[in-house]
Design a protein around this ligand. Structure first.
Ligand code: 6R9
Length: 665
């Protein structure tokens, strides 16, 4: 580093607050600081500004119906169609503009560019195929697909005919697919033959078929996208009787159009499964109007997306971030959304920077785990490229530490792009806590104030607001349009998981209902919120939520395992990594073979993302007198921290034994 660089690093390291760049503010979609007061005074009518971003078939009657909390309804009795909002309405003015710019992982492969006109055609043809297959309004269609263009096409085709989609992350296991199809009673699956990862073709259909064999009801149709080409890169799949080739299906519907079905504002647009405290994933239900309005409004206000932009969210559509900020938000606004199939380090560690330079990307939205990896790889990779088209940077998925924030700000944003650190969840549908980039100063490490119209607070266990600087629990005290409406087929669990903690569940006064996202947080004197992380048994690995119970039950499913406890330990790149403490049955040895079987068991049940970083065999687990595993202590061990209080343990010695063992390894 030159002396100048050293000075710059030193200045950045000390700076705690950053003003939005003047050039950005001048052109920002939102730059009037009055919006905060205005929304507060005018709540909930302020959310008409979000609804107005959509085209309605029939106007709604009421902005918010809060007569039956926590089952809130937004924009009641309005009707609209999400695919028409993402496609049809742009055709006249922007039909020839690019909607999706798809970039495959192999560098020798041609990109696929879809103008709004072309995307509209593809969506119509596939919607016609789904209809032909018998998919009707309300039927849940599961998608088990990697980042291929047919995924957003299939999502929008479903939206067009009023069939909710349920997208399962392609990296999830066969078992995870089956669990989700079973829970949703889904009779249709769209999947693909395979895809590329770091240059190698992966067999995906094999995994899908294995999942299908575990589905407990009849699956009437499976559509298989041919991603790997005619020779299938050697996998040579034969399609079963109920399976059809995507290409052939749409060929038969060539030129067909399907009128977008008018959906009630509150009709389900999609289900998305996410991990919770128990082993059973939660089916988060999102609606047509509230969700879409939320995705569009936040894309406009926070990501500053404009129709002429080229916008790049480097997430996977299999997660909520991809739903809201690759597909629905950007397309509702008529912009160009870049979709990249592969990993950021293939073929080289500058792939994203190469994409940004080539397509003159204006916004980049990614996760702290990726930023930490970029930081580790070094500034030389972005330095090779002209990134001056960038206007805004965003992060999501987990807390970002100030060092990584500043690296992103300097090396990617050249100190001229605001960074929005956006806190939100699968359940919230879109962003909730973050700075408005044209209005508020940024404070690295802190997400920022709640968005206008969002009433978020930091409270203690009694629900009383805590002083600035003190750690507490994040709550959201008023409903918002993008919120989940319930857990699929499980209103009781919906209340149990998100409301019970801080609400008077017998009251029908909405003021008595408080949403609890299960995150710890603190607030400063300016009302900026720093999110500290999950307070439930969820581990955040590379920004992906994994339930400890799910992993534990996978491990206990391995022959020879008696008991297991799983915790998250700090990890340089992943943020948190999975550490497993395992008790074996008599007669089994804690050797390499057992270790490998446990790792394989977890990969089979959930997917490689949940692979334990460490497996420790132990004769006992630290337990309270009532028999609860003290995961907190195991976390301390994993992090090599000072051990917390062990006085409530039934078996205090075991902790020391485990610690010695871990240190020896
Ligand atoms: C969008 C998404 C949600 C959980 C959430 C929190 C963590 C997300 C964050 C953040 C600190 C941020 N989280 N964004 N923590 N700062 N900017 O990630 O949804 O997969 O459901 O995860 O992620 O713990 O509760 P989801």
């Amino acid at each position: 580093m030159s002396d100048d660089d050293v000075q710059l690093e030193a200045r950045l390291a000390e700076q705690e607050e950053f003003e939005p760049p003047a050039e950005f503010v001048e052109q920002a979609n939102v730059s009037d600081a009055g919006i905060y007061d205005e929304f507060e005074e005018n709540w909930p009518e302020c959310w008409e500004s979000a609804a107005e971003m959509l085209d309605w078939d029939e106007e709604y009657d009421q902005v918010l119906d809060d007569s039956n909390p926590p089952f809130y309804e937004w924009f009641t009795d309005g009707t609209l169609n999400a695919s028409a909002n993402c496609l049809d309405r742009h055709l006249e003015e922007r039909g020839d503009e690019v909607a999706i710019e798809w970039i495959g992982e192999p560098t020798d492969e041609e990109n696929r560019t879809f103008t709004y006109e072309e995307l509209h055609r593809e969506v119509n043809e596939f919607a016609a195929s789904l209809r032909e297959m018998g998919v009707g309004e309300g039927d849940i269609v599961t998608m088990y697909m990697p980042m291929v263009p047919e995924l957003p096409i299939a999502m929008l085709a479903c939206a067009r005919i009023g069939a909710p989609h349920s997208v399962v992350f392609a990296g999830f296991s066969a078992e995870a697919l089956a669990t989700r199809m079973n829970s949703a009673d889904s009779e249709y699956l769209v999947t693909c033959d395979g895809y590329y990862r770091r240059g190698d073709p992966l067999d995906h259909l094999d995994k899908a078929n294995e999942g299908l064999s575990m589905v407990d009801h009849e699956v009437s149709d499976v559509v298989v996208v041919d991603r790997l080409g005619p020779n299938g890169d050697g996998f040579g799949h034969d399609l079963a009787d109920n399976q059809s080739d995507y290409g052939e299906l749409v060929e038969e519907q060539s030129g067909e159009t399907v009128d977008p079905v008018g959906r009630d504002a509150e009709d389900m647009l999609f289900l998305m499964y996410t991990s919770g405290t128990t082993g059973q994933p939660k089916g988060v239900k999102h609606t047509t109007a509230g969700y879409l309005a939320w995705a569009a409004w936040t894309s406009h206000s926070v990501l500053d997306v404009k129709p002429d932009d080229t916008y790049f969210c480097a997430a996977d559509i299999g997660w909520i971030t991809g739903h809201s900020y690759i597909v629905y938000g950007p397309l509702a606004l008529g912009t160009t959304s870049v979709m990249y199939e592969g990993t950021p380090d293939y073929p080289e560690r500058d792939r994203l920077w190469e994409i940004i330079e080539e397509y003159e990307v204006n916004q980049l939205y990614t996760a702290p785990t990726a930023i930490r990896a970029f930081m580790k790889w070094g500034g030389e990779y972005p330095d090779r490229h002209d990134l001056s088209s960038l206007r805004l940077l965003g992060t999501v998925g987990e807390p970002i530490n100030p060092r990584a924030w500043k690296w992103y700000y300097k090396h990617i944003g050249d100190e001229s792009c605001p960074v929005v650190d956006t806190w939100w969840q699968t359940e919230t549908g879109g962003m909730m806590v973050t700075t408005l980039p044209g209005v508020k100063n940024m404070k690295p490490g802190s997400a920022g104030p709640p968005l206008p119209g969002i009433d978020a607070r930091i409270v203690d266990t009694n629900g009383e607001e805590v002083e600035a600087g003190r750690a507490g629990y994040l709550t959201v005290n008023k409903p918002w349009p993008g919120m989940l409406r319930t857990l699929y087929n499980n209103d009781e669990r919906f209340i149990e998981e998100y409301w019970k903690e801080y609400s008077d569940v017998d009251s029908d006064d909405p003021d008595d209902w408080v949403y609890f996202p299960e995150d710890g947080a603190k607030i400063d004197d300016d009302g900026y919120i720093t999110v500290l992380g999950r307070v439930d048994d969820v581990i955040n690995v590379s920004g992906h939520r994994l339930g400890t119970m799910e992993i534990e039950s996978a491990i206990v499913g391995v022959e020879g395992v008696a008991e297991a406890a799983v915790v998250g330990g700090d990890h340089d790149v992943k943020g948190e990594a999975v550490y497993a403490y395992v008790i074996l049955e008599d007669g089994y040895e804690g050797d390499d073979e057992m270790h490998d079987r446990i790792v394989a068991g977890v990969e089979d049940a959930i997917g490689p993302i949940a692979r334990p970083e460490g497996v420790v065999f132990t004769p006992e687990l630290p337990k309270t007198r009532s028999g609860k595993i003290m995961r907190r202590l195991l976390e301390d061990i994993a992090n090599e921290d000072e051990l917390g209080d062990t006085s409530t343990l039934r078996n205090p010695d075991v902790v020391e034994d485990i610690r010695v063992k871990v240190q020896e390894e």
